[in-house]
Each structure stands twice: as C-alpha cells, then as structure tokens.
Design a protein around this ligand. Structure first.
Ligand SMILES: *[C@@H]1O[C@H](CO)[C@@H](O)[C@H](O)[C@H]1NC(C)=O
Ligand SMILES: *[C@@H]1O[C@H](CO)[C@@H](O)[C@H](O)[C@H]1NC(C)=O
Ligand SMILES: *[C@@H]1O[C@H](CO)[C@@H](O)[C@H](O)[C@H]1NC(C)=O
Ligand SMILES: [Zn+2]
Length: 425
C-alpha cells in the first residue's frame, strides 16, 4: 500500500518534472543595439565574454546592428551598461514567451500531418530521431546509391549517423564533398538545409546528375544530437552539447571550439564552462566532436570540400579562425566562396560576406574548419552561416524554410560545381 502510494507520488512528481522541463522564456527580452565604430564592437566582444547570461547574437553581414537576448533579472543591468557606454539600443521584444510558444505549437501541428519515415523538409522542423528514421529508410528506396553509416554515439547515447550518396556506378574512392549540420543546437535551419541537399541529390537527381558524376557526397545532418533534441524538448535557444562540466551550474561544451587544430587560444574560445564558446577541458573531450573527427579522418585524402552548415549571418567563412595569417591556398578557397556568393546574389539578391573567419567574423580557436584544413588537409574547408529569420535569427518559422533552403542550395550547388571543375577526379 505504502509503496503503491509512493509510486504514485513519484509518478506525479516525474510528470510535474516533465511538464516543467520546457523553458518558456517568460519575460526574456530582445534588444537591438546599433554599433558605431570599432570601439563599440570591441566593447561588445568584451561584454559577451564577461556576461555569459547576456546572449549576444552574431551580427549579420554588413550590418552595424546586433541583437542581444536577456533574462528578465539581467535587464536593468544591461540597460545601465548600455547607457554608461552610450550605446544606441531599442527594445524589440518585451516578452519572448508567446513567440516561443507559438513557434513550438506551429511546428508540432505541422508534424501531425507527416507520416514517418517520409518527411517533407519544407513542412516542418524534425527531431534527431525523426531525421534518423528518415535516413534509415533511404537505402531501401535507393539501394545502389546510399549508405547509412553509424559512426558513434552522443553523450546521451543517441546514434550519430552519416549518409553517403553516390550515383551508383560502383566506382570507389571518388573525391568527396562532406557536409555537416547542427554543430550548434539552436540553429534549426541547418538540419533542414542538410536534408534539403539530400533530397536534391536523391529525389531531384535528374537535375543534379553532374554533381555525382566524379564525386561522392557525405552528409551528417545532426552532429550535436543531444543539444538539438534539447532545443525541441526543453530550451529552444540551447547551443552547446549536454555533457556536464566541472562547474555544476553550467552544462555543455561548444563543439566548434573543441577541435584539435590550434585548440585552446583564449582569443576565440573560453575556458569558462558557463560561456557559450566553452572549449572543453581538452580537445575532443566531447563524444560528438570525436565522431565528427572520425568522419573527417575516414575521408582524409579524398576530402575536396568540407562544408559546415550554421546560422546565421550570411557568411562564407574560411580558415583560419585562430590567426590573422592566411592559409596557403586561401585564394583558391576564395574563388569557391566567390562562386557561391555570386550565384546567390544573382538568384535572389542575397548578400554574403566571405573571407577568413578571423577577419570576416571574429577569432575562433578549435573550430571544425580549421581542423579540416590544418589536420585533414581538405582542399576547401568552409563554414556557411545561412541567412537569419525569426526573432533571434536562428529561429525561422516553418513558412521561412522554403525560401532559406532554396536560396542556400543555389550557393551550395554553385560551390560544388566550382570545386568539381577546379579539382577533377
Ligand atoms: C531540381 O534541381 C534544379 C537544379 O538545381 C532546380 O532548379 C529545381 O528547382 C529542383 N526541383 C525541385 C523540385 O527541387
Ligand atoms: C561589406 O562592407 C564592406 C565595407 O564595410 C565592403 O568592403 C564589402 O564589400 C561589403 N560586402 C558586401 C558583400 O557587400
Ligand atoms: C595537402 O593537399 C595538397 C593538395 O591539395 C597536397 O599538395 C599536399 O601535399 C597535401 N599535404 C599533406 C601534408 O598531405
Ligand atoms: Zn553555429
């Protein structure tokens, strides 16, 4: 009797816990800041390091404004600081909760119409397990052309899968275009883009044949599986992994600062587990980084184009991130970026900025692109920051997906053609 009662209480508590797992972002605020001059930019860099709770978001290419998301208890503090430094600001969102709630409701409603393992990339955002279910269904539909490879597990034991796509001619060891997505959990257009590329190469093969004539494609839609799942179930704006750190209050490491090439510079990464750019205790101490490293190593010697899909900001970012020096074949990589940026301008007027991460965006140390070039010797290594949408830039509505992925595909396709032409098999 007692144990039954206890069992019921436990069940109730568990349910309460599940109910309260979803972070509602009640009274979270979003401000837009207008930066004037390099001094204010430096100040923002400094504040974003000193104030882990103030979430400064990437500025868009060629814009002087940027957004910051603030928990309610930090709001006064932020305003005081902005006033002291004479920064121009404007309140964009007074309470993020209704927006987060509406987006979540929209997506869940859309997904009721989906019959897994079939998915419609343009109709919803999918979870990691839904994406895996879709990937696992592909070999049956394209037996000669795809393979699903299981390269390892996330910290919370989610299977991390990689899809290889060929034209089915049976030729081995073709050069490879390798694309990853969702290194950062909250950047939801990234997995959508990876899925869209898969669908273009499979379902729209007749229009894209030449992309697979002499090259194979390798696509890993979700690297940070735990973090990404967490953005669906708990906290929409989570970025890092979900592995605990040495600080009991702060969870997660930035995979994109955890890679071994020139890991650990304080300019471009952080040793503080509470920061969004926390690099980990040592390189590759995150299981997800190890898996992506192993994928890259597996294709070493064949890797002609490594492309990492992030959002947002409209950037094509090349190595190096860790230094202001340029890599040896920088100009060749620039030509590939140039092809992508020009194709996008031509098709939609979308403006991309491109160049080395260090110059075009900000210093980063331990990122995946530096590793792909520095340790794997990829011919071209690039991070693509897809366009902003939604309230925060990385939270598009379902209705934005089509515009974002079709525009981005024009760029990815043009860059692939450029790589294939420049570096024939
Ligand atoms: C198929 O690919 C071509 C070339 O990239 C593109 O123009 C067309 O819109 C694609 N069709 C679909 C249905 O995605
Ligand atoms: C962005 O602005 C800089 C100068 O502020 C300019 O040199 C560059 O060409 C611009 N980039 C694009 C893609 O318009
Ligand atoms: C890296 O690749 C280039 C060709 O892209 C080649 O010339 C060079 O020898 C390679 N370096 C190493 C260390 O493998
Ligand atoms: Zn990112």
């Amino acid at each position: 009797m007692t144990s039954l009662f206890l069992g019921l209480v436990t069940l109730l508590l568990l349910q309460t816990k599940v109910l309260f797992a979803w972070q509602d972002y009640k009274d979270y605020k979003v401000y837009e800041l207008n930066l004037q001059g390099i001094e204010q930019e430096v100040l923002i860099q400094k504040l974003s390091r000193e104030k882990p709770l103030w979430d400064f978001l990437t500025p868009k290419a060629n814009e002087s404004s940027l957004r910051v998301m603030i928990p309610p208890e930090e709001s006064d503090n932020l305003i005081t600081t902005l006033k002291i430094y004479n920064l121009e600001y404007r309140l964009l969102i007074d309470d993020l909760a209704p927006y987060v709630k509406a987006q979540r409701a929209e997506n869940l409603k859309r997904k009721k119409l989906i019959q897994l393992p079939h998915i419609d990339v343009l109709a919803a955002f999918y979870t990691h397990s839904e994406i895996n279910e879709y990937l696992d269904s592909l070999p049956e539909r394209f037996p000669k052309r795809v393979q699903v490879k299981h390269f390892g597990w996330s910290y919370e034991r989610r299977p991390l899968k990689v899809l290889t796509i060929s034209n089915g001619d049976g030729k081995r060891d073709k050069p490879v275009i390798l694309i990853d997505g969702t290194v950062h959990a909250r950047e939801w257009i990234s997995p959508s883009m990876a899925l869209y590329i898969i669908q273009q190469l499979l379902d729209n093969y007749s229009e894209n044949k030449e992309l697979l004539e002499d090259y194979d494609w390798v696509i890993m839609p979700v690297v940070n599986a735990d973090g990404y799942e967490y953005t669906h179930t708990d906290s929409r704006y989570w970025r890092k992994t979900r592995r605990p750190t040495s600080n009991p209050d702060c969870v997660g490491t930035d995979i994109n600062r955890n890679f071994a090439h020139e890991w650990g510079h304080d300019e471009g990464s952080s040793s503080d587990p509470c920061e969004d750019i926390y690099r980990g205790e040592r390189p590759f101490d995150q299981p997800e980084s190890q898996v992506l490293r192993d994928v890259l190593l597996h294709y070493k010697g064949r890797l002609n184009f490594y492309l990492s899909l992030h959002s947002y900001g409209n950037y094509l970012l090349l190595p190096w991130g860790y230094t202001k020096e340029f890599p040896e074949h920088y100009q060749d990589m620039m030509n590939v970026a140039d092809a992508g940026a020009k194709a996008i301008v031509h098709s939609t007027n979308g403006i991309y900025s491109y160049g080395s991460t260090y110059y075009v965006l900000y210093p980063t140390s331990g990122d995946t692109t530096d590793f792909a070039l520095g340790a794997i010797n990829a011919t071209v290594a690039m991070t693509m920051e897809l366009p902003a949408a939604g309230f925060m830039g990385f939270d598009p509505w379902v209705s934005h997906i089509e515009r974002l992925v079709t525009e981005s595909w024009v760029g990815v396709r043009a860059m692939a053609v450029e790589v294939i032409t420049r570096y024939p098999a």
